[in-house]
Design a protein around this ligand. Structure first.
Ligand code: ADP
Ligand code: MG
Length: 254
């Protein structure tokens, strides 16, 4: 079960010094179904990270409600994992020890945690690097480790904030393929933030396209394409074209 329901969510940040307000999100609403892969796409600064952090329970909302499996979210929970944009690994811990971290936090003994994470290390193809430190890894491998760490807690929902944003195009494509394989193997719901239209059309079942700030839902686009997907097929191209135009409108309206 990994159903997330976002209802009428608004978030305004107030600067204490001068009481100035930034409206980051305004009346955002959408559902992510159990086992679905949803991409959240929108211009920079439209509140994507804020929304993901609220869903993770790391940030509060000003009004509205978010539920998971019909229960309101009030704080972090291992059922909701998060993978950040980049380099969120602890530099002083090996790959293995980074991935076991969440389990240790849950009170699982290190030795047991290690046994449990072996399969995730294998899943992301890092067996050869499990005793390496983050600085010894390429960006792609670091993100593999971050994904394994996100999965090791066996979350029902994995929230990913532009996890491939800093990678070169080729590595990015490889990790997208691998992420889809993982998604198909594990029964996990994915909510994936990106500003790449290509990435959203390749990965997701649905794209939630947001407006510029204050972020609202502009349109929800079904990506009804069979998998494995062709990146350059005519259907993918026309969906890309359609979504690019939605985003273009936001630029013009600013
Ligand atoms: N903790 C915060 N305090 C004040 N303003 C914030 C905070 N977090 C985000 N914001 C503001 O909210 C808006 C949305 O930010 P963010 O969620 O990071 O957007 P995105 O991830 O879509 O680029 C931005 O204007 C940002 O400056
Ligand atoms: Mg962001």
């Amino acid at each position: 079960m990994g159903r997330v329901s976002v209802r009428n969510v608004s978030r305004t940040f107030t600067k204490k010094e001068n009481n100035s307000e930034t409206e980051a999100l305004k009346n955002v609403g959408f559902d992510v179904e159990d086992g679905e892969f949803v991409c959240l796409l929108g211009p920079s600064g439209c509140g994507k990270t804020t929304l993901l952090r609220i869903i993770a329970g790391l940030e509060t909302l000003s009004s509205g409600e978010i539920t998971m499996n019909r229960i309101p979210i009030t704080g972090p929970d291992p059922k909701r994992g998060m993978v950040f944009q980049q380099y969120s690994l602890f530099p002083w811990r090996t790959v293995m020890d980074n991935i076991t971290f969440g389990l240790e936090m849950q009170g699982i003994k290190k030795i047991e945690a290690r046994i449990q994470v072996e399969k995730y290390i294998e899943l992301v193809g890092l067996e050869q690097f499990k005793n390496s430190y983050p600085y010894e890894l390429s960006g792609g491998m670091q993100q593999r480790a971050a994904i394994a760490r996100g999965l090791a807690n066996e979350p029902e929902v994995l929230l990913m904030d532009e996890p491939f944003g800093a990678l070169d195009a080729q590595t990015r494509n490889i990790l997208q393929d691998e992420l889809l394989k993982i998604w198909e193997q594990k029964h996990v719901t994915f909510l994936f933030v990106t500003h790449s239209v290509d990435e959203a059309v390749f990965l997701s079942d649905r794209v939630v396209a947001m407006t510029s700030r204050p972020g609202r839902v502009k349109e929800i686009v079904d990506i009804d394409l069979p998998r494995p997907r062709c990146r350059t097929g005519p259907e993918a191209n026309s969906l890309r074209d359609y979504i690019l135009k939605l985003l273009e409108e936001e630029r013009l309206e600013r």
